[in-house]
Design a protein around this ligand. Structure first.
Ligand code: NAP
Ligand code: GLV
Length: 312
């Protein structure tokens, strides 16, 4: 069994070791260095993160395309993507845990005004803010899938007033579910801290725009840990500058790395991380990838096949 690894990841060796520990018969080959044209027909699986356009179709006998990330926008963007085999997204314990940590940290930071305390400390000031009740803090999660759901459940455990917005209705204890285009306005109206955990698709691109930001209550906070293209940057900057939006935590950007001259770098109301909200951890993600390969080899359906019509 042969797998080609197509990614700029600096964890190639860790991936090779972790996968071979799970599947001793697997040959792990790194594209392009370890692949000749003659090898291509013998490759069974492609494990990929943002593969260059047109590369996947050069492997004629792939059984599946396995994503190194939860989001597959960087795979589906390929106009020549082979569509007769499954594309499987990554669902992984460490990826979920990392995202939940990121969300909880930034929600609590905003709710308890720890950023303001940091600024006061730096300015040598001593003051105490009113402590707000988490039960009165409306936290809204766009997307209640693998990641959104775990974050929602843990926010509920901390007593926040949590709502979600998804395509289909949800039934998660303690989470008020909104869905579909008709549900968006009601969801936004009660959301003081907005978290984006949607996949990037034609329908969700640019969803954090002037119209939707205006529907959030004044002083709302925005956390985007999904994809940069969910945000219309000029609209968010205008809402921050007008004071309607109090601040934003941004992990992902329309262009990555973020260009050096982008206004976000120096904006006093923006805090940023470099697309690191949650990273794929080879030792745990390899268990999931190996299980998907075992399922396919056994003639069964792999987990988390992407619906190419919806894009997630
Ligand atoms: P997922 O399990 O596929 O969940 C996606 C959720 O979004 C579902 O609840 C889905 O609704 C909802 N949704 C999709 N299209 C929608 C639409 N048009 N309107 C309303 N709701 C819609 O995805 P996931 O594993 O949670 O991952 C979410 C995203 O996080 C990924 O796609 C990726 O871009 C991002 N991510 C970022 C990082 C980072 O480090 N920044 C790390 C990992 C992932 P239904 O449930 O009704 O289908
Ligand atoms: C990271 O951005 C992922 O989609 O897993």
């Amino acid at each position: 069994m042969k797998l080609v690894f197509i990614s700029k990841s600096d964890k190639k060796a860790a991936w090779g070791d972790s996968l071979q520990a799970q599947l001793p018969d697997l040959e792990f080959l790194i594209w392009p260095d370890e692949i000749s044209d003659a090898d291509k027909a013998s490759i069974d699986y492609a494990l990929v993160w943002r593969p260059p356009t047109g590369v996947l179709k050069t492997f004629p006998n792939l059984k599946a395309i396995l994503s190194l990330g939860a989001g597959v926008d960087g795979v589906l963007v390929d106009p020549e993507l082979p569509t007769h085999i499954p594309v499987c997204r990554l669902v992984d314990r460490c990826l979920t845990q990392g995202m939940t940590e990121y969300v909880l940290y930034h929600v609590i930071r905003q709710h308890r005004r720890f950023g303001d305390y940091e600024k006061m400390t730096a300015a040598g000031e001593w003051d105490v803010f009113t402590q707000e009740d988490a039960r009165r803090r409306g936290v809204g999660i766009l997307g209640l899938g693998e990641l959104g759901r775990d974050a929602a459940e843990k926010l509920v455990a901390l007593d926040y007033d949590v709502a979600s917005w998804s395509r289909s209705p949800k039934d998660v204890a303690g989470v008020t579910s909104f869905h579909g285009a008709d549900g968006l306005d009601g969801f936004l109206a009660r959301t003081q801290i907005l978290i984006c955990l949607l996949p990037l698709t034609d329908e969700t691109q640019g969803i954090i725009n002037a119209e939707h930001l205006a529907k959030l209550p004044k002083g709302a906070y925005v956390i985007n840990c999904a994809r940069g293209a969910h945000v219309v940057d000029d609209d968010l900057l205008a809402a921050l500058d007008s004071g309607h939006i109090a601040g934003a935590t941004l992990d992902v950007f329309n262009e990555e790395p973020l260009p050096k001259d982008h206004a976000y770098w120096t904006h006093p109301k923006v805090i940023m991380t470099p697309h690191a909200a949650s990273l794929t951890v080879p030792h745990s993600a390899a268990e999931y990838v190996a299980e998907n390969i075992r399922l396919i080899e056994a003639g069964e359906t792999p987990m988390n096949i992407v619906d190419l019509t919806t894009g997630y």
